[in-house]
Ligand binder design. Structure first.
Ligand code: ACM
Ligand code: ZN
Length: 563
């Protein structure tokens, strides 16, 4: 008897049990969230995705190699089989998914996804563009296509985001979450084409980032004695609470996000919201303390002493280490909710006001101008190191720093004022994009929250370009972001619940062109995304289910047919 060569035997065995003859098939659907700019269905036969399909990336391109492996992982999550990833120089003809950089596209995050019988091509000007093509492809594949071949009808999808800044924020000061959860959060951001993760790392209630030059920040400032129960009831749980991220963990998270084309923007909130820092180093406060890491929520009078040179050097030193850890061009310095009570009485602060001639003017008090002075100093330090400052809209008080980007949270008025002054603006108005607000009016049946009301239609119908700005002025609105403040979110499960599915609505505000936006049509596309949430076990809010069409998983089962 002739011996079967091991290689041949393996191939025969593989084919018999995979796509060659036995696999059931399921159909892909390109109506994903966020909605692509253009989907043109073509004539001809479909591409059949099977375990033999390979993913090809351009040899020598490390980022696209990583993206190719991510695509393989995404497909495995849906189908259970993993595809081979190959550099293009070693390609033999076959039915492949080809990632390449050869498209002339004006938008660096745009892509073209072309599905033909022989191949799937994702082309873009940049690696980021290819990544978004990969996201659209993976969302087109049914979430549960286990051990099935996937039939993809021929089509050309041409797409690009509406806004270059698509952000999602997370406060880890009030409650903190594991490194694994931060990675999961980043995965969810990537699924929704978000490209900036705004990481709010310091608060009155806890300092969460290791700073080597100031070890007390994490030794003392990362722990609070206890946490208030409810909304500042005066009753406390009596349990110490705290923790922080080491520099190694931060580097790991920055790298994880970067592989998903997400920039992590760190926020060191200054000169207010600094009780944890003052507890660690009381000499940086106006009174010298003693201070205590806050055990309840709110805005506190004790802030950094703006008249103390050593305190401002401390802030600059912290930013220096932050810049070392985060390659992001944007660094957020907060600037919100800084009471001026202590500055008014502090001889050092008053001396600074005099020395820097920060007197009362038409619109600002001397202390507001002192706040402007602190922010301008931080900006100088960041700019000297090639970085740009972002601040909450209070940075408009006391004169806007020359190169500042403004995050408009108290409605849109701060953003509108900044755009008129020709400064970049990120819209994040609390009335539309605060995900700590309730998402249902039936609050008895909701997890306890801060208050407010922001449901799916409210998020979906938000328009980031205010009509009162001219077209020229609107160009300064670089994007928008939703914020996740965690006073009332002690667990990551609750964070997921507040994030999902509102982030799906946000993603169309950030990505899709207004002419492609329609809430009812969005709801038609939602079940397929919910299939992914279900498969991944995400804890999402279910309020929209009553408004949804039949679940697609069931439709897919109906569509299954033997090859
Ligand atoms: C904020 O909500 N204090 C920016
Ligand atoms: Zn002072």
């Amino acid at each position: 008897m002739k011996r079967i060569k091991p290689f041949l035997f393996a191939t025969t065995f593989f084919c018999a049990f995979t796509s060659c003859n036995k696999m059931e098939k399921v159909h892909a659907d390109y109506n994903v969230i966020p909605h692509p700019n253009s989907i043109v269905m073509e004539q001809g036969r479909s591409f059949l995705l099977t375990p033999e399909t390979r993913i090809i990336y351009p040899k020598g391109n490390g980022a696209l190699c990583e993206t190719a492996y991510l695509l393989s992982e995404y497909i495995e999550q849906s189908t259970g089989y993993s595809l081979q990833v190959v550099a293009d120089q070693s390609v033999t003809p076959g039915k492949n998914i080809i990632l390449s950089l050869n498209m002339k596209h004006a938008n660096p995050e745009g892509y073209k996804l072309e599905i033909k019988r022989e191949s799937i091509n994702i082309t873009a000007l940049t690696e980021a563009g290819v990544f978004y093509g990969v996201q659209t492809l993976r969302k087109s594949i049914p979430a549960r296509a286990t051990e099935m071949a996937v039939e993809l009808s021929p089509a050309v999808i041409t797409d690009a985001p509406r806004f270059s800044y698509r952000g999602m924020h997370l406060d880890v000061g009030r409650h903190l979450f594991t490194v694994d959860f931060i990675k999961k959060y980043i995965d969810i951001l990537a699924l929704h084409n978000v490209n900036h993760f705004h990481w709010h790392l310091t608060e009155d209630q806890g300092w969460r980032i290791e700073i080597r030059k100031y070890p007390e920040l994490t030794r003392k400032g990362s722990m609070r004695d206890e946490t208030v129960i409810g909304r500042n009831t005066g009753v406390y749980d009596g349990k110490p609470y705290g923790g922080y991220y080491t520099q190694d963990e931060i580097r790991e998270i920055v790298e994880y996000a970067s592989a998903r084309f997400i920039t992590v923007i760190p926020e060191i909130d200054l000169p207010g919201h600094m009780l944890a820092a003052l507890t660690s180093y009381p000499k940086f406060g106006c009174t010298g303390g003693p201070y205590k890491v806050a055990s309840e929520w709110g805005v506190f009078d004790d802030v950094i002493c703006a008249g103390n040179e050593e305190a401002l050097t401390f802030l600059e030193d912290v930013l220096t280490e932050v810049m070392d850890l985060f390659p992001s061009q944007f660094i957020h310095v907060g600037g919100d909710e800084c009471p001026k009570t202590k500055w008014k009485k502090c001889p050092k602060c008053q001396a600074r006001i005099k020395a820097e001639t920060l007197a009362q003017d038409k619109t600002h008090s001397p202390e507001e101008n002192l706040q402007g002075y602190v922010i301008r100093r931080m900006e100088k330090h960041l700019n000297k190191n090639g970085r740009l400052l972002i601040g909450w809209d209070e940075v408009l008080e006391g004169g806007l720093a020359p190169n500042a980007t403004v995050m408009s949270w108290q409605g849109e008025k701060g953003g509108i004022a900044a755009a008129k002054m020709e400064h970049p603006v990120i819209m994040t108005p609390n009335t539309y994009l605060y995900f700590d607000y309730y998402q249902s009016k039936d609050i008895e049946n909701e997890p306890f929250a801060i208050g407010g009301f922001v449901d799916m239609p409210t998020v979906y119908n938000y328009e980031p370009l205010p009509a009162e700005l001219s077209r020229e002025e609107q160009k300064y609105i670089i994007g928008c972001q939703a914020n996740m403040w965690t006073e009332y979110m002690p667990t990551s499960l609750q964070v997921e619940y507040m994030l999902l599915p509102r982030i799906a609505a946000l993603s169309e505000v950030q990505w899709s062109m207004p002419e492609n936006k329609d809430y009812d049509q969005f709801l038609q596309r939602m079940p397929r995304l919910l299939d992914i949430y279900d498969r991944e076990g995400y804890n999402y809010a279910k309020h929209i289910e009553a408004f949804l069409p039949q679940k697609t998983e069931e439709q897919n089962v109906e569509q299954k047919a033997a090859l």
